[in-house]
Design a protein around this ligand. Sequence first.
Ligand SMILES: [Zn+2]
Length: 358
Amino acid sequence: MSIIRRITHFDGTRAARRPRDRVENVRAAAQDFRREMLAGKPVPYYRSMELVRVPYPARYGYLNGFGRLAPYIHLCNRLFVVQFRSAEGLKTLLVSPSDWEHQRATPFFKRLTDSMGPFAGVGEALVFKKTSTVLQRLAEIGLAPEDVDYITYDHLHTQNLTRWLGGNGHKAIFPNAKLLVMREEWESAHALIPWQNQWYCPGGLDGIPQDRVILLDHDVMLGEGVALIRTKGHTEGNHSIVVHTPEGLKVTSENGVSLDAYAPQHSSIPGLAEYARATGAEVVLNGNTLEYGVDQYISMVQEKAIAGPWPRDERLPNIAPSSESAGYWLFPRTAPTFTVGDLHFGRLQTPVRHQAAA
Ligand SMILES: [Zn+2]
């Protein structure tokens, strides 16, 4: 386990009785953590690629902050491929590899499609934009499935991991990959209450061998340049993926759906700046299940403080949402003011194991 090292910066920062004290304790710890992480080296490879765009209720995406707009926003799900150095050589991590072709049983999406009735085919083609699959993306960049060492998701909403890791009778497509997941998220996803289960894919974790799962109880550093930081709120076991890139620390989760959500005071999306001004809110939550609202607010402040300023516009934080809201003609006036889009730093390297076998 030498690749995975515990981080203690945030231990105890949420113990204060007063929420505002918690916010400031977390913010201070995040600034320390940021300095320390930036003192190390960036990862050699980081790339994010669009997979699919799906409709998502605007009232959840910008909880409480959304004024008089279309009922849906369009969320762009991305796959992130990261390579990092470690004591055991170069490792390859996939962040948020959504097997979206096999997640349609997720009750929310199933109901949405069913509600289109006889127009489901046309309706689906209109509102679900299928750009690419995980396997197509890996083939495009020249990464073999056996070269994936780890996969992780900031949370498990809608995910079906059975093809990737070999559950439900599937042979594992990623024969060497292990899932990195917070213990709360893993346990929670196995016994959900109706408040939560509309967003999880039924059977999505069934039969996954235990030795393919690394349950995390703490914030951790993976080798050099990657950290998984617990940022609960959107779900019970939500975490953020922090990667040291040539463009600073990129922080990824789904606590917010766009940079606008992390800097609402600068947003031109109707309602957001007004909401931020009227309430003093520093962030706008992505709250479909609202598992821990106060914690989610604190977590988003934490993410911003770790990320620091975005080099392209320093008024905004250096966040790369795992699902980023994108403009769409069917959902007018929902386009975010600031878009991160696909990112690409460095060159993919063929892992040593693969070279030795060739
Ligand atoms: Zn979610």
